[in-house]
Design a protein around this ligand. Structure first.
Ligand code: NAD
Ligand code: IPM
Ligand code: MN
Length: 346
């Protein structure tokens, strides 16, 4: 458990209530262990991700759960880069799996679109692209300043996220995978995506493989979200599209994500950030964090518990037990209490 900054500790605390209830009901051997890594901790000690932490996490833990990072006192996000991106890259969690699911009709921001229309998953490449931090600044703070920020796309990295998307579609009985890039402009990096996509998709003839430029995909997601089942894209486009996706679900308070490397220790975090404006007010929506716990449970093989958590969220939405972002009047901890009880049916 890495609660992190801002609303991170508040929503994490609610997810822990649900985990406690789940552990008891299903007799799960899952013990949460807290790690203090946050902006506070960094400002007090200078420590971000300590030496040896990645090996410890990889070898001694079944899963990592993160609340959120981001604090106005650390404008360069040094601690988040080290801890969050450090874990994604360091543990080679190449799949950022972000389901976009509308849990209740009344949360839909789109006229005429309901729960049957918004239900797809995004496979975001999570270890390369624009996130590699390769580049530099030349003649800084002069009128001649030059900044270079590279995108890196490797054949191995692109191919494995494409295979993950097609593999998931095949296993879960989906029939379509859509790949998004900007290969009309990014003639090198995204051309590699095009060629890898042609090759990988030919190994899955039963899956309908389509392509959209990312700008057109953004438009289609708003116009006709029901046409999508599995979307696969690069790191930066996946980041942007999944905030759009969160809006289709009723907001960032509803969007969950998993950072996966099948067979290895994976990391789970809501899509939202630390929402500093709302920190400490007890008004943040814990549902994204709690649905993230459901993803964790599902990944560790506890399907029944994971489904129970999701169903509980559905009941809270039906009953109007929600925070203000969803139009309700409940506090963060009231929603968490409700979900903990509803998950175990008491
Ligand atoms: P944000 O996701 O923190 O918040 C944007 C807005 O979304 C909030 O102002 C709020 O209106 C709403 N929101 C988000 N989560 C909510 C919740 N649980 N309940 C109710 N409303 C919620 O994004 P931001 O304001 O752009 O970024 C704030 C900080 O978080 C920045 O430092 C940013 O870098 C960081 N960030 C971290 C992560 C992460 O840790 N994974 C993700 C995104 C942003
Ligand atoms: C996310 C966040 C992160 C990202 C930031 C905080 C580094 O926006 O998880 O979506 O860009 O991946
Ligand atoms: Mn993001």
């Amino acid at each position: 458990m890495i609660p992190g900054d801002g609303i991170g500790p508040e929503v994490t605390a609610e997810a822990m209530k649900v985990l406690a209830a789940v552990r008891q009901k299903w007799n799960l051997d899952l013990t949460p262990v807290d790690f203090p890594w946050s902006a506070d901790h960094y400002l007090q000690t200078g420590e971000t991700l300590p030496d040896g932490a990645l090996d410890d996490l990889r070898e001694n833990y079944e899963a990592i759960y993160i609340g959120a990072f981001g604090d106005p006192r650390v404008p360069d996000m040094k601690h988040a880069a080290d801890v969050l991106l450090g874990i994604r890259f360091g543990l080679d969690l190449y799949i950022n799996f972000r389901p976009i699911k509308l849990y209740a009709e009344h949360l839909s921001p789109l006229r005429g679109k309901g729960v049957a229309d918004v239900d797809f998953v995004v496979f975001r490449e999570n270890t390369e692209g624009a996130y590699v931090g390769v580049g530099g600044i030349f003649k800084k703070d002069t009128p001649e300043e030059v900044a270079v920020q590279e995108e890196i796309h490797t054949r191995k990295g692109v191919e494995r996220i494409l295979r993950a998307a097609f593999g998931y579609a095949t296993e879960r009985g989906f029939s379509k995978v859509c790949m998004a890039d900007k290969s009309n402009v990014m003639r090198f990096g995204h051309d590699l995506w095009q060629r890898a996509f042609a090759e990988v998709s030919s190994d899955y003839p039963q899956i309908e493989a389509s392509h959209l430029f990312v700008d057109a995909l953004a438009m289609q997601l708003v116009r006709k979200p029901e046409q999508f089942e599995v979307i696969v894209t690069n790191n930066m486009f996946g980041d942007i599209l999944t905030d759009l996706g969160a809006a289709l679900q009723g907001g960032l308070g509803m969007a969950a994500s998993a950072n996966l490397h099948p067979g290895q220790t994976s990391m789970f975090e809501p899509v939202h950030g630390s929402a500093p404006k709302y920190a400490g007010l007890g008004t943040a929506n814990p549902m994204a964090a709690i649905l993230t716990l459901a993803l964790l449970l599902d990944t560790l093989g506890h399907q029944e518990a994971a489904t129970a958590v999701e169903d509980a969220v559905g009941r809270a939405l039906e009953g109007g037990v929600t925070t203000a972002d969803l139009g309700g009047r409940s506090s963060t901890s009231e929603v968490g209490d409700f979900l903990a009880r509803a998950t175990v049916g008491s």
